[in-house]
Design a protein around this ligand. Structure first.
Ligand code: HEM
Length: 500
């Protein structure tokens, strides 16, 4: 660009900044006048478009600021997300306006709740329905379980939960995960630096695909993994669907994943109705074929299965990776974890019996470590809902069509709920008084995560074999929380075998 271009750009930037400054100032003045007229009552309330009428009702609408025109408070929201304290955006506004406040982020006017009770009410109420960013809804498609409502949602949720919690599925999952963990860990010492974030993705994907659709290792699985990876890159992106854009590429990859799953479903149907469900696809086929449910087309199966693979690719491996990070930084916790797991390992070696699901679930301190990792890691830091009518929640009024963001991370980092919340302290889970209702890493209410137990199992199997057979030295790395939780350098460590 020549100097003339720079001049024009500079002019428009200055003009834009001046306009925004004026607009904000004018708005602020206007708001202060209104506040004075209302006798110092609720400030910054009553957005246009809110269905709630009447002065009294408007006062109960969460207070806050809409920020700049168009972009609202998005820039600050993103900047805080990238900082070492992502909850600082919420904390600042909570101190100004209270535990539930309004803001304007990512193109939406939203109420944000940092209050555990309000979050619980939102998760349980039928009056709130899911509302996700456009890129997510575009990619997950019309059959998404995250968006599904009413009877269909209850049915599908029940089927998946029922299967994943069944003793047979748990035993199968434990065996698959154990095989995958042992195979993967045995290569780590020779690898030089191991990138835990990448390696744990490999560990969890294969067993998940087996539990979901009975697919074993091979070319199809490798191709699917590749395409699936491409697909989830687009979950948080600009919602523009033109050739070459992120969303476009992800949609194409989703189509390829869907074709593979459709083929598996067709083959299973051709082979005859499965008498006993060995995987989630069997469960869904049994339901559709046996009970012929017109509202549940066969095409729904590939959509559900694709969605169920998302946690296998991101959530579970990320908790494993964060646990390694926090344990590296907290040697006392690592020592106690190792002792507990060595006791189980010696027991198993002496008895010659294989590990069972119950063995891994009996490791008390290991589960304290997992809880603390989930509390601090906040893999799902919030859920989004939309009010389908004006709704009263704990004295607040959420007007019809407003989105509400129930922030789990704010509750998990609130020192009213957890003392020294920024400290990794697995021992806090030993205390009797620890309030489980304020701990919601897996959500709650009608949409409580059906993969909760399987996830805990996978993470404890990984930790057990890692700490009893290996030691490691980690390179410097930091946690990034936006747009999704990940490690800046994928958590490089050097691993050595230990003798027991
Ligand atoms: C550490 C790992 C995981 C975390 C932190 C996690 C977290 C969550 C959260 C917070 C929700 C609630 C979303 C909402 O209310 O809108 C959820 C829903 C869900 N999760 Fe997980 N999840 C994990 C692993 C898994 C696994 C392994 C599976 C399946 C194999 C799974 C399957 C699902 C499904 C199907 C839903 C939707 C439930 C519904 O809307 O009815 N999750 N998960």
């Amino acid at each position: 660009m020549g100097w003339a271009d720079w001049f024009v750009v500079g002019f428009w930037v200055l003009a834009g900044a001046a306009y925004c400054g004026w607009w904000r100032w004018a708005r602020w003045g206007n708001r202060t006048q209104k506040k004075a007229a209302a006798g110092g009552g609720a400030a910054g309330v009553a957005g246009s478009g809110g269905a709630a009428g009447g002065e009294e009702e408007r006062r109960r609408i969460p207070r806050g600021s809409k920020g700049w025109p168009l972009i609202g408070e998005t820039l600050e929201f993103i900047a805080c997300g990238y900082s070492s304290r992502p909850v600082s955006f919420m904390e600042k506004r909570r101190d100004l306006y209270g535990k539930v406040f309004r803001t304007h982020i990512l193109g939406k006017e939203v109420a944000v709740s940092t209050d555990a009770e309000v979050n619980r009410a939102v998760l349980r109420s039928e009056g709130f329905v899911p509302c996700y960013p456009r890129s997510v809804t575009e990619l997950l498609g019309k059959d998404s379980i995250l968006k599904a409502e009413g009877a269909l949602h209850r049915r599908v949720h029940g089927l998946i939960s029922g299967f994943l919690k069944s003793p047979a599925a748990k035993a199968a999952a434990a065996a698959e995960v154990e095989r995958s963990v042992l195979q993967s860990l045995s290569d780590w010492p020779e690898k030089g630096p191991v990138f835990v974030q990448e390696e744990t993705q490999k560990i969890t994907f294969v067993p998940l695909v087996k539990v979901l659709m009975g697919m074993g290792p091979g070319e199809d699985l490798n191709f699917m993994k590749e395409q699936f990876h491409e697909f989830i890159q687009g979950l948080i992106c600009l919602p523009i669907k033109l050739p070459g854009t992120r969303l476009f590429k992800s949609l194409k990859a989703k189509e390829k994943v869907k074709n593979i799953i459709d083929k598996i479903v067709e083959d299973k149907i051709q082979a005859g109705e499965p008498s006993m469900a060995n995987d989630v696809v069997d469960v869904l086929i049994n339901e559709i074929v046996t009970n012929y449910l017109p509202e549940m087309p066969i095409s729904l199966i590939s959509s559900i299965i694709t969605e169920l693979m998302v946690p296998g690719e991101h959530s579970v491996p990320m908790v494993m990776t964060l646990a390694v990070k926090y344990l590296t930084d907290t040697p006392l916790a690592l020592k106690q974890l190792r002792e507990e797991n060595l006791t189980l390992r010696r027991e198993k070696v002496n008895s010659g019996k294989p590990y069972a699901w119950d063995d891994y679930m009996s490791l008390t301190f290991t589960h304290h470590v997992i809880n603390e990792t989930l509390r601090m890691g906040n893999i799902v830091n919030a859920v989004w809902r939309r009010a389908i009518r004006d709704i009263d929640v704990k004295g607040y009024l959420i007007p019809k069509d407003w989105c509400i963001l129930a922030s789990f991370s704010s509750v998990h980092f609130d020192d009213e709920n957890y003392s020294n919340p920024n400290e990794f302290n697995p021992w806090r889970w030993e205390a009797d008084g620890i309030c489980v209702s304020k701990f919601t890493p897996f959500g709650g209410g009608r949409r409580l995560c059906p993969g909760q137990e399987v996830s805990r199992l996978e993470i404890s199997i990984f930790l057990h074999h890692l700490v009893t057979k290996y030691s490691w030295v980690a390179e410097e790395d930091t946690i990034v929380s936006f747009p999704i939780v990940k490690m800046k350098r994928k958590m490089p460590i050097r691993v050595s075998p230990v003798s027991v």
